[in-house]
Ligand binder design. Sequence first.
Ligand SMILES: [Zn+2]
Length: 212
Amino acid sequence: MRYLKLSGIPVLNMSDAFAVLFGDKPFHGHGIVLTFDDGCRDFQDHAYPVLKRYGFPAAVFVVSALIGKPAEWFAREGRAAPAIMDASTIRELSRQGVTFGPHTLSHPRLSQLEQDEISREVVESKQQMDAILGRPTEFFCYPYGDYDDRVMAIVKNAGFKGALSCLRGSAYPGHEDPFQIPRKAISYGDSLAGFWWKLHMKNRKKTPLGDY
Ligand SMILES: [Zn+2]
């Protein structure tokens, strides 16, 4: 985050970035949105204090049926299950300006489910997050970046403006699908050099606006 601050690359919130990509909000040059999947307590304990220090906005996508409970899908995958934030923390961080959205009820691979199960995972997780926040959530995030045409249709019909995928790359105005917004994945193993590489070099696209 110190590197981002020093680099001067603006860090945008989800709504502003969406308005740049799919609306008519003017914006020149590169910008970044910081997104965090799952809603684990480490966001509250470790990430948020740093974001706050730098004044950076962020978006967090929460597995809503596990709010205040262990992230049990980690255990299904043989990993230690961290805790998901509780509802009062989510509400408080929302008041502080963090954007929240649903990330399903239970973190399944949505494309492998039947139609009614997909609907339940998408619609009920939106209802739960909307109820906690007291207003409608606007953005969805597919677990594992896993979706197909059925999943996208259900997410659109549920009333979201857009959804985040795990398609690797940058997004640029006029050339993206709002329900398949690409991202770059930063994870445990990334050093500052790895972060820099992913940010500036990896998955570069030639675009009419220059290289991204
Ligand atoms: Zn996830």
